[in-house]
Design a protein around this ligand. Structure first.
Ligand SMILES: [Zn+2]
Ligand SMILES: [Zn+2]
Length: 458
């Protein structure tokens, strides 16, 4: 008896959280928070867990949309045993504390959330049990009714440091949860390694970029070429470039790319501005570089000359000392550093804003990236419309698999059942159509919050 119940992150990219009941053992795959939404709306639908047994939570990686609501889950169900890779645990320690500070500032009392304390996070992080990639470990929940345990294995998913795809096996049934997965190399991370995963019965597959034409997405090499050309032009004219980035993953990859491009003499040597949590995460990338598969193993991010973005109060500084600014958040959410810089940047003709990663369609970042110089944009409901005077360019530097690579995962793992998650409707539509077209034996589902699917063999 295997039941699957999505609690969040099913048909969008937000509070990823999926419940599995295997022979009476309750498992959560991820426990994320929606980066754009506020209050209870930002959490997975934990109320659906009422009366269901819950024993374990497996965290695929430390992005907020996969781990951010763990402290809220623990408030209600403190006995849950959490598993992640050691890298995810290390990153979580930084990011959950950071998220607590942001929550205190941004949530009103009516939001319905009981904000957790730093002490609570310390306890939570300490309680996380760590697992090695490709190490099989058996588990049984408190109400497990089968004599056979559930075997769990984490595989390297490429996406960011510590990211894992998770294989769950019970009584000859195999379920593979991809988490966020990238089959291609980036500048630091190597592509996912699923070479030891054989045929599975059920594949729970992310679909972030399935709706995006791969030609538009490009490769890291082609994006670097385009980036270099545009950046050189702006730097030559004395302008500065703002790159909104996720503090975790994109900051480190872009920092490494920019540095290596400068060292090769392709990109104009200039100041690099970083700071805050992104810089702290970079030191975890450095510390773990001999522990995980990665490219450019000798490269230490801390050796790259960087100026502290947080020391600059007067933004005219960027006119006198031009450079490339890596600032979170990646989607330029209100209240974040990249959003604060935006107002100044939009007024400067010689400056540029380069988008580099995924952006939710209702965020300021998305609105900017879908505009050009001369357009007037209204970034948030309460802000007056603003004219874009600077140069705007969209790059991708993908950290998720391309649409064709998602089909490769199906080819390799030969599932009889595929459940699509973590993607907007157009992504799931493209992927769904192509799966049915190419693999006509596959039983296909689009995950929907609250909609239970039985994974039993017919
Ligand atoms: Zn992610
Ligand atoms: Zn995600």
């Amino acid at each position: 008896m295997i039941k699957f119940l999505p609690l969040g992150g099913a048909d969008d990219i937000g509070a990823s959280c999926f419940y599995l009941n295997i022979a009476g053992t309750g498992i959560l795959l991820d426990c994320g928070i929606h980066p754009r939404k506020k209050g209870l709306d930002s959490l997975p639908k934990f109320e659906l867990l009422k009366d269901l047994p819950l024993d374990f939570a497996f965290i695929s990686h430390a992005h907020q949309d996969h781990i951010g609501s763990l402290p809220f889950l623990i408030q209600h169900i403190p006995h849950v045993i959490i598993f992640s890779t050691s890298q995810t645990k290390e990153i979580a320690e930084l990011t959950l504390h950071n998220a607590a500070n942001i929550l205190v500032n941004s949530q009103s009392e009516e939001s319905g959330l009981r904000i957790y304390t730093h002490d609570e996070i310390d306890l939570l992080v300490r309680s996380i049990r760590t697992v090695e990639y490709e190490e099989v470990f058996p588990l049984k929940g408190l109400r497990h009714i089968s004599s056979l345990p559930i075997n769990i294995t984490f595989y390297d998913a490429g996406h960011i440091l510590g990211a894992a795809a998770i294989l769950i096996e019970h009584n000859e049934q195999k379920i593979l949860y991809t988490g966020d997965i990238n089959l291609s190399d980036q500048t630091i991370m190597t592509g996912a390694d699923l070479s030891k995963v054989k045929k599975v019965d059920t594949l729970i597959l992310e679909s972030t970029y399935a709706g995006t034409d791969s030609a538009k997405l490009g490769t890291w090499q082609s994006e670097q070429k385009r980036f270099t050309k545009d950046a050189n032009q702006i730097l030559r004219n004395g302008g500065s470039i703002l790159i909104p980035v996720f503090a975790l993953g994109k900051t480190q990859e872009l920092l490494a790319s920019i540095y290596l491009l400068m060292k090769k003499g392709m990109l104009t040597e200039t100041n690099i501005y970083t700071g805050g949590i992104g810089k702290e995460i970079s030191s975890l990338y450095d510390r773990n570089r001999y522990l995980v598969r990665r490219k450019n193993i000798e490269l230490e991010l801390r050796d790259i000359p960087q100026n502290n973005l947080f020391e600059i109060e007067d933004y005219n500084y960027f006119k006198k000392n031009p450079g490339i600014v890596l600032a979170s958040s990646g989607m330029m959410l209100e209240g974040t550093t990249s959003y604060r810089l935006l107002d100044y940047w939009l007024r400067q003709e010689s400056f540029g804003i380069f988008g580099v990663g995924y952006m939710d369609s209702e965020t300021p970042g998305y609105k900017i990236m879908n505009s050009k110089r001369g357009d007037v944009v209204q970034l948030t409901e309460f802000n007056p419309p603003q004219k874009i005077n600077c140069h705007v360019e969209r790059f991708y530097f993908p950290s998720h698999s391309k649409r064709e690579e998602l089909l490769t995962i199906i080819e390799r793992t030969k599932p009889t059942r595929v459940v699509l998650i973590h993607g907007e409707h157009q992504s799931q539509n493209w992927l769904g159509y192509n799966i049915l077209h190419k693999f006509n034996q596959v039983k296909l589902y689009s995950a929907e919050v609250g909609n239970q699917i039985n994974f039993d063999i017919d």
